[in-house]
Design a binder for this molecule. Structure first.
Ligand SMILES: Nc1ncnc2c1ncn2[C@@H]1O[C@H](COP(=O)(O)OP(=O)(O)OP(=O)(O)O)[C@@H](O)[C@H]1O
Length: 278
């Protein structure tokens, strides 16, 4: 379990990126969602001890990120957004290297690397990583986390830039991770697919949290109507107009040729007047 205690980060230019968070983050896979600049990466970098908080603290399974960062580092694996493999090395060599640096013996590292790479479905483990697709490279990083058997894994936007099929494959790999897995994402379907709990961030604060069902519980009676023609009382995203009506009106809109969709977590952001991908 991760406990945030008044955790804040203000950058030297005065930007408050994370604003006095007090939260208990459940174990299992959880997602932090929010638009660009909401503070997701800053939060993850503090929790993974890459960035010192301006004030406050966080406890990872009871260990303080401020007072005992070395101890925290032994229990976590953090895969940053910008992580890129060493192209001339194979996936097997890189997972192996990571495990050796973490104190695994030669045999332990070899066995754990092969098992994890097989588990995430990376059959091309002996090819140089610069010959692998974006999805395969991402799977290699998930294999690192899996092989290390870390108590807590941080994944910052693990599937950004991947095509839908590769994203799906990386999701299967992520589902194999044990312990606490905290991931950030812009993709609502990713958060819905992977996490039992979702934390919504905006301007450095967590504005809502809950399971998908809990988060959209007060919108259960609504459907989303989309049109490229202006509609009254609608929100606009680019050239798309969106509004929400009672389910009982859905058929009327379908007959008028509107696009009618069930509501999802994305709609929570739209109703607040923000879109996730800017
Ligand atoms: N080194 C820095 N110095 C000053 N401001 C920063 C720095 N890093 C991030 N910020 C600002 O802090 C805020 C939060 O940024 P952060 O990267 O944590 O958001 P994010 O939710 O991860 O965004 P994205 O989804 O685009 O990665 C933004 O306004 C950003 O411009």
């Amino acid at each position: 379990m991760i406990e945030l205690i008044n955790l804040s980060k203000t950058y030297p230019d005065g930007k408050v990126a994370v604003d006095h968070l007090n939260y208990k983050i459940d174990s299992g896979i959880v997602s932090i969602i929010g638009r660009n600049g909401a503070g997701k990466t800053t939060l993850l970098r503090m929790l993974s001890t890459q960035l010192r908080p301006s004030s406050g603290d966080a406890l990872i399974d009871g260990i303080s990120i401020v007072r005992e960062p070395e101890k925290v580092r032994k229990k976590i694996v953090s895969i940053p957004q910008e992580a890129s493999p060493i192209g001339i090395l194979t996936a097997y060599e890189q997972v192996n290297m990571f495990l050796a640096a973490r104190g695994f013996s030669f045999h332990e590292a070899k066995n754990a690397a092969i098992k994890a790479l097989k588990d995430v479905g990376l059959d091309a483990m002996h090819k140089p990583t610069d010959t692998l697709s974006g999805g395969m490279k991402r799977k290699m990083f998930v294999a690192i986390a899996l092989a290390a058997n870390a108590d807590t894994v941080f994944l910052d936007e693990p599937t950004t830039g991947l095509d839908p099929l590769s994203r799906f494959e990386v999701w299967s790999a992520i589902k194999k991770l044990n312990g606490n897995v905290i991931l950030t994402t812009h993709y609502m379907e990713e958060a819905e697919e992977l996490s039992k709990k979702i934390y919504m961030m905006e301007s450095g604060k967590i504005i809502k949290s809950g399971s998908v069902d809990e988060l959209i519980s007060n919108m259960r009676n609504l459907v989303r109507i989309e049109s490229y023609k202006p509609m009254e009382n609608s929100y606009t995203i680019g050239s798309l107009y969106i509004k929400y009506v009672d389910k009982s009106e859905a058929y009327r809109y379908i007959k008028m040729d509107y696009n009618v969709k069930p509501v999802s977590i994305e709609d929570l952001f739209i109703m607040r007047g923000v879109t996730l991908e800017s």
